[in-house]
Write a protein that binds this ligand. Structure first.
Ligand SMILES: Cc1cc2nc3c(=O)[nH]c(=O)nc-3n(C[C@H](O)[C@H](O)[C@H](O)COP(=O)(O)OP(=O)(O)OC[C@H]3O[C@@H](n4cnc5c(N)ncnc54)[C@H](O)[C@@H]3O)c2cc1C
Length: 429
């Protein structure tokens, strides 16, 4: 087994051949096994959807194995509502069991530590090996704690949390907010785009401000943004902040965090003055999950994996399909759970077409809707539709489709919850 491959080795593996469809560079199928084996790595929005739809759309003719280290799925969508205390982690937790019981997915609770795209084998943390015919990689993102001096240690000992993947840190950040004195400062730093879920830091700041306005009104929220301006739904957020929170919430752009001091809860910036807070929520830059990086597949700035958008096959490794936040997204496409779920369906259709030696869908479509709350009682959304344009080999926004809310409103709080429940059912139900 070759655990790690350099980029040249991976590219050489592409030359190993395989039928190439007439429509795209996506791999064809040539082994002729009657029950092909597809292994899916990662049971998040992208991977769980892929595992389920591989079984459903192949009428159970593909053997599907899902490998995920966690026993349950905990949703990052809606997790900002755990930080303001409106929801608990249990509300966001769903079982993987229906994937096995209803759809016949074999689930292995473990972590993949390496894979060999030439021999088509992968190795689990306990040392077991699995063979595959096609591999779906959906490892999500890893935070780059080391990009901010002192953050790795401060995060490890729980003093400064990111809480950018729902779990114990999300509840930990809520506990820090509850313990903060009235008159204290909650500061959140936003990394340079692209990062997971563009509106989510601003939603978090809004919900924290609503909490403080209600329970600790002498306090302050500071949004310290590395970007030039609010990255998503900017005018709606800024108006909502002014109308609802006034001086309680302050937005500062061009604040690129470079270091933290966990003892004094101080954050240092590239140019601007240091800021001290009572609760410091530092969001570091992110990049594709380690498995994809270690395999040499994160070829864009050593951060993101380049795929053929016609089928989501890696540009570097044949029969390896990469979906979700780990990819270099098409222009104007955010890293979102909604899109990760859509990537999975395009990839699944392409894998089945390849296995059945049929042509690919020449015009796959994707949709996205991001809901954001500006308070527990007012939500808004931004929606978009993307179509694959074969001539440009990428997805492009469809003109006059989608849009944003006119203003935050009560109905969209309910719709945001319904959207999340639909997503969870579509992935796991
Ligand atoms: C606060 C917040 C709010 C958000 N709100 C929204 C929203 O309202 N709408 C929306 O569309 N999106 C939202 N998102 C974004 C959404 O959570 C992500 O875009 C989505 O989870 C990406 O899906 P994924 O499958 O790529 O990654 P993930 O969902 O993170 O799944 C990756 C999985 O891979 C597993 N894994 C990693 N490495 C390995 C390995 N080596 N072996 C086996 N398994 C492995 C992990 O354990 C994990 O379960 C939000 C995110 C945050 C942080």
């Amino acid at each position: 087994m070759v655990p790690l491959m350099n980029r040249r080795q991976v590219m050489l593996s592409l030359g190993a051949g395989g039928m190439v469809t007439a429509l795209t560079g996506c791999s064809g199928w040539q082994t002729g096994r009657s029950r092909p084996r597809v292994v899916v790595v990662g049971g998040g929005c992208a991977g769980a959807t892929a595992a389920k739809y591989l079984r459903m759309w192949s009428d159970g003719t593909i053997e599907v194995t899902l490998i995920e280290p966690n026993h349950h799925y905990v949703s990052s969508p809606l997790s900002n509502r755990v930080i303001d205390g409106e929801l608990g982690l249990a509300d966001l937790t769903r079982s993987y069991e229906p994937l096995a019981r209803r759809h016949g997915v074999r689930i292995i609770v473990d972590r993949v530590v390496s894979f060999d795209p030439i021999a088509k084998r992968l190795r689990l943390s306990q040392g077991d090996e699995l063979r595959y015919d096609k591999l779906v990689l959906a490892p999500g993102i890893d935070p780059q704690f080391e990009a901010i001096d002192g953050l790795a240690a401060a995060h490890a000992d729980g003093r400064i949390l990111a809480a950018w993947a729902a779990g114990p840190d999300t509840a930990g950040l809520h506990a820090q907010l509850r313990a903060m004195p009235d008159g204290g400062v909650f500061a959140i730093t936003v990394p340079e785009a692209p990062y997971r879920c563009p509106p989510a830091p601003y939603e978090r700041a809004s919900l924290v401000a609503a909490y403080l306005k209600r329970y600790k009104p002498r306090s302050k929220v500071l949004v310290l943004d590395a970007n030039q301006d609010v990255v998503a739904m900017g005018s709606l957020f800024k108006k909502a902040w002014q109308d609802r929170y006034g001086n309680l919430l302050e937005y500062r752009n061009h604040h690129q965090a470079v270091g933290v001091d966990a003892g004094t809860l101080t954050v240092r910036f590239e140019v601007q003055e240091d800021v001290r807070a009572d609760v410091l929520n530092v969001l570091p830059p992110v990049r594709a999950g380690r498995l994809a990086r270690d395999a040499g597949l994160a070829n864009i700035n050593s951060r993101w994996c380049e795929v053929d958008f016609a089928c989501f096959e890696s540009k570097l490794a044949k029969d390896v399909y990469i979906i979700g936040d780990a990819i270099q997204a098409a222009p104007k496409m955010p890293k979102s759970g909604h899109l990760a779920n859509g990537h999975a369906k395009v990839a699944v259709a392409a894998i089945i077409a390849s296995l059945r030696q049929r042509p690919l869908d020449p015009h796959p479509m994707l949709t996205n809707t991001c809901y954001s709350l500006v308070s527990p009682f007012a939500g808004m959304h931004s929606a978009a539709v993307y179509g694959y344009v074969a001539a440009h080999r990428t997805f492009e926004s469809v003109a006059d489709a989608g849009g944003v809310s006119a203003e935050p409103n009560e109905a969209e709080v309910t719709e945001a919850l319904a959207w999340a429940k639909n997503l969870w059912t579509d992935m796991l139900g």
